[in-house]
Each structure stands twice: as structure tokens, then as C-alpha cells.
Write a protein that binds this ligand. Sequence first.
Ligand code: AHM
Ligand code: MG
Length: 346
Amino acid sequence: MAKQGVGITITQHILNQQRQKPEATGGFTTLLYELIVAAKVISREVNKAGLADILGATGIINIQDEQVQKLDVFSDKIIIERMQHIGQLCCMGSEEDADLIEIPSQYPKGNYIIVFDPLDGSSNIDVNVSIGTIFGIYKKKSDATDIDLLMDDVLQPGLNQVAAGYFIYGSSTMMVYTTGDGTGVHGFTLYPSVGEFLLSHENIRIPERGKTYSVNEGNHAYWDEKTLTLMDYFKATDKKSGRPYTSRYIGSLVADFHRNLLKGGIFMYPADNKDPKKPSGKLRLMVEANPLAMVVREAGGYASDGNGPILEIEPEELHQRVPLYIGSKEDVELAERFISGKGGKR
Ligand code: AHM
Ligand code: MG
């Protein structure tokens, strides 16, 4: 017998969720719906990446006068183009754009803000490894309409997100999202022949504790003592606590996160001293850490910067970087103990 609810479309699902929130308006549905359309276009382009050269060489497609656009730039453009006219947003923030993205004057404006990483996992784009789009949605707090005055509205702690999620372009394309407040985390798989996202993973719960750690061990030489002690802990042998953990690292945050969300485990991108310009690690608070932190919290997990919850950080700038420990609650709490200096010495 089919599992209850499995197979409903993402649109139906968003509408059902809306009914649980009396304050919700149809505008929010429009917003998510348009984002989904953008993701379908990105998914199509990702799936044919690599074909451009072959088809171009055979004359099946004409790339004569066209500069082949990098997929991350293309994804950024498609999201902006689709979202700017819907009348629900006051501005947007993207990993690809240094400044806030203004809604052109010919379109109506609204009270929502979307921040996104249009195509995360850039090093994996050309090699057929899973990549993704990450998004977080906020409501604006002030009456400001001028783009120069909207930054304060954008720089809200992740706790204020009204929705967050990601699309993963992998062996299939999936969307995983939450609207918070106990509504759960739900996963939808794109059925290419139908062109619809159908509910495939209802109410995802991350295991309290996992057996997997995901980190770029190549950064070992750049880590401090506390980080090294934590890594030693995961690799040490101890039957009682199920160690050593298994290591899995794809190098695409969405893909590493998604695996750990379903199977349990911890993803880490610690602070390091590799680049003095990025002492807080590599990942971005607004477009990467906060949206996934909301998803993991709603699924029963936890996200920390090593000292406290990611979702409580007051952002100072749009492209702020942050150390990230995210995944199964017990594993992340353990990492926090080590990073805040309570985990002992090597
Ligand atoms: P990007 O936004 O340029 O793609 O960088 C973010 C990516 C994440 O997807 C991934 O977790 C991390 O960078 C991998 O970094 P590294 O190659 O240093 O391990
Ligand atoms: Mg990224």
C-alpha cells in the first residue's frame, strides 16, 4: 500500500502547509512556486552540462555566436529573472552578487527577502558530481523601500527565516524544505517525465547520532589544537561509542548535508588559518549555513559555529563567513564541546 501523502505535488503541499498558518498569504506560495520553476530550469541545464560541446561540434545546437555561460552564473541569472517580477520581494541576496539585488522599478514590490546560493559546489560542476541551490526566506521588518536602506532587513539572524531549503541536482533532482514551527522537513523528487516535484520523503528526521563525519581533511595543517583534537576523537577506536566514524566528503555542501540528514552524521567546515582574509572558514552564514541550520533544526538536528547556534548569530554583512558544524544533534553538541575547549587535549 502506498504511504499516506506520498505522491502529492509540491504545490499542493505548500498550500496545505499554508492552511496551518493563519497569517500566511498566497504570496508566499507564489514565491516558492516561482523558485521551483527556476530550479527546474537549472536542473535541466545541469543535466545537459557536458553535452554542449558534443552537440555544438555536431551542429545539433548552434553555439556559434553564444558564449557558453558558466552554470553558476546562469543559475544566478535565472533565479533573479524569475523572482523579480512576482511582486512579493523587496530585494534579494545571492552568493554570486556582491551587493543586494534590487527589484526593477517596473515590477511591484513585496515584503519578503530571499537569500540564495544559486549553484553550490562549484568545484564539482564540471565533473558530474551532485551540486545544489540553497535558499532562505525572511520577512522585512522595516518600512524601507530604498535598496540602500534594506540591508538591515536582510541581515537578520537565521532564527527569523520563514522558510528555508535546498534543491539537489544528483542522481535525481530533489527539493527539501521547511516552513519551521514544527511543520517538519519534507523532501520532493522531480519526476522528469511529468515535470513535477512529488512528495517522496515526508517529515524527515535526522538520527540523534550518526556514524559519519564529513570534513576536508586536506586542511589539517591549518587547524588549531581544538579542531585537531576533535578530528582525533572521530578517528579513534572505541567500541562503546561506535568509533572510529566513517569519513564521507563530497565537497558539495548540499550533497554532504543531504546524505547526513537522511543517514545521520556531522558535516564540518571549521575555522582555519589557510587564508588570513577568511579566518572564519569558508562557508557563508546567510546563503549556506543559516538555511541548512533551519532545515536541520526542524528535522531534530543542530547547527553550531563551534560556540553556539548558527541560527542565533547576528549577521554583520551579506557575505560573512562562519565555521560550520551541522548534522545529528549529539554529534554537533560533541563537536561544540571540543571547539569551545571542553573536549580535553591531544
Ligand atoms: P562554493 O560556494 O564556491 O561552491 O563553495 C562552497 C563549497 C561547498 O559546497 C563545500 O562544502 C565546500 O565549498 C568545499 O570546500 P573545499 O573544497 O575547501 O573542501
Ligand atoms: Mg556556495
